[in-house]
Design a protein around this ligand. Sequence first.
Ligand SMILES: Cc1cc2nc3c(=O)[nH]c(=O)nc-3n(C[C@H](O)[C@H](O)[C@H](O)COP(=O)(O)O)c2cc1C
Length: 331
Amino acid sequence: MRIGEINFNEYPVFLAPMEDVTDMSFRLLCKEFGADMVYTEFISSDALIRRVSKTKSKLEVSDDERPVAMQIYGRETAPMVEAARICEEAEPDILDLNFGCPVKKVAGKGAGSGMLRTPEKMLEIVKRVVEAVNIPVTVKTRLGWDDNSKIVVDLAEKLQDCGIAALTIHGRTRAQMYSGEADWTLIGEVKNNPRMYIPIIGNGDITTPERCKKAFDTCGVDAVMIGRACIGAPWIFGEIKHFLKHGEPAPKEPFDYYLNVLKKQILLSVARWDERRGILHSRRHIAASPLFKGIPDFKPTRIAMLKADTMDELFGIMNEIKPGKTFVDNF
Ligand SMILES: Cc1cc2nc3c(=O)[nH]c(=O)nc-3n(C[C@H](O)[C@H](O)[C@H](O)COP(=O)(O)O)c2cc1C
């Protein structure tokens, strides 16, 4: 499978773009565990052209994380084109356009998945952005706005005609937000449409290596994108890659191995920002990590970890955690 000039091995698995999650330190960690491509958090085109400093820091990419896709969102053509050019200067491998974000402050204004209600506008933006930059442009979207407007099969053809290099589909409508189960049927329909020739990346609810393999086998997608399941568990990429290669689960490591991965994430984050911001950023990963599930009476420890504001304090608490004998069963 290839996107533009980038060649991927069989069964590529990508790290999904996630706001406040996929900063460079987390992307590098996921890459280490085998993610075949990583995505930046989405970047507001409006903020980018105003050169807001927090937004500008999202433009940083490292050679060690390549291939890396940079994602922007917006609702007007001119700012999206200008933002695309700014992104191109930052030299990502791919520019991804977000037409999937369901949150009110984005979709309510017609950007992100809001664009599913104005597909002609979406196509105009895509066409103009593709013309404006020399790197491959890809799109990430959902099935449609709601149950009565699942337009993705038709939309995919039109997006392809605009010159995009790949399409990611999250198997939910905007109305679903993140509820219910992702429906992969239409993703498969897009992939199996004989008129489609660009790579199709499937996304939604891939939480285990088995599910990932099933997505490849039953829908025939060219790549699978993993979101929430890797928050606090970047090792899932290694587990998935092992399963796809060998057809059996990767051997489990001892508890401390995973704990050290979480510590590394915190260290990378602190090195990238500073102690306070690095710890703040890591809290979401600690809170979401499956590593601590099933540890008896864990709540006070969890709260203490999420309140700690120095590395000494946080690592001190982490060092005291004992997995107990439930670890193997629960994790
Ligand atoms: C915290 C969070 C932030 C997200 N931010 C973005 C984003 O910036 N851009 C985007 O295209 N999708 C974003 N998403 C959606 C994910 O990329 C993905 O499509 C969604 O979580 C479904 O995949 P999953 O079931 O594997 O989590 C975000 C999701 C979460 C949970």
